[in-house]
Design a protein around this ligand. Structure first.
Ligand SMILES: [Zn+2]
Ligand SMILES: [Zn+2]
Length: 137
């Protein structure tokens, strides 16, 4: 038996993959927008055009995954509290965004960047203050 939380993250990963493909980096190797085509170089000859071949099926897939993610048992994983207004946000909804910051740091003598993401509603975004020492990305 799979736990609801595992199922949720599996579906969410799938959703991210589809969203990514919709935005232009396709996961279909036959497609002209295939995400790794640079790595395949000369041998690569796409036969499909993303706009005509993939978009409608990706949209259908996205709807199907979203329907599954709307099940009651996933509600508690979807909702977070907005850092600014303290009200609920649906992390898969249109209102949700992450304001991200980085700051330079050091790890074992190497220069690295630390990352911080703040979950907010889109409308609350401009009220997020940059923490001291961090930079908005
Ligand atoms: Zn495609
Ligand atoms: Zn808010």
């Amino acid at each position: 038996m799979t736990k609801a939380v595992d199922e949720y993250y599996l579906l969410k990963g799938k959703l991210e993959e589809i969203t990514w493909a919709l935005e232009g980096s396709c996961n279909d190797i036959d497609c002209d927008r295939y995400m790794y085509k640079e790595l395949l170089k000369k041998k690569y000859k796409p036969v499909l055009e993303h706009h005509f071949s993939c978009l409608s099926s990706l949209k259908r897939e996205k709807e199907a995954v979203m329907r599954l993610l709307s099940m009651k048992k996933f509600k508690k994983f979807r909702h977070k509290l907005c850092t600014i207004c303290k009200k609920k946000i649906d992390t898969l909804g249109e209102d949700y965004t992450i304001v991200s910051f980085t700051r330079p740091s050091e790890f074992k003598g190497q220069k690295v960047y630390q990352y911080k993401g703040i979950s907010v509603h889109k409308k609350c975004k401009r009220k997020v203050l940059t923490p001291e020492g961090w930079e908005k990305t």
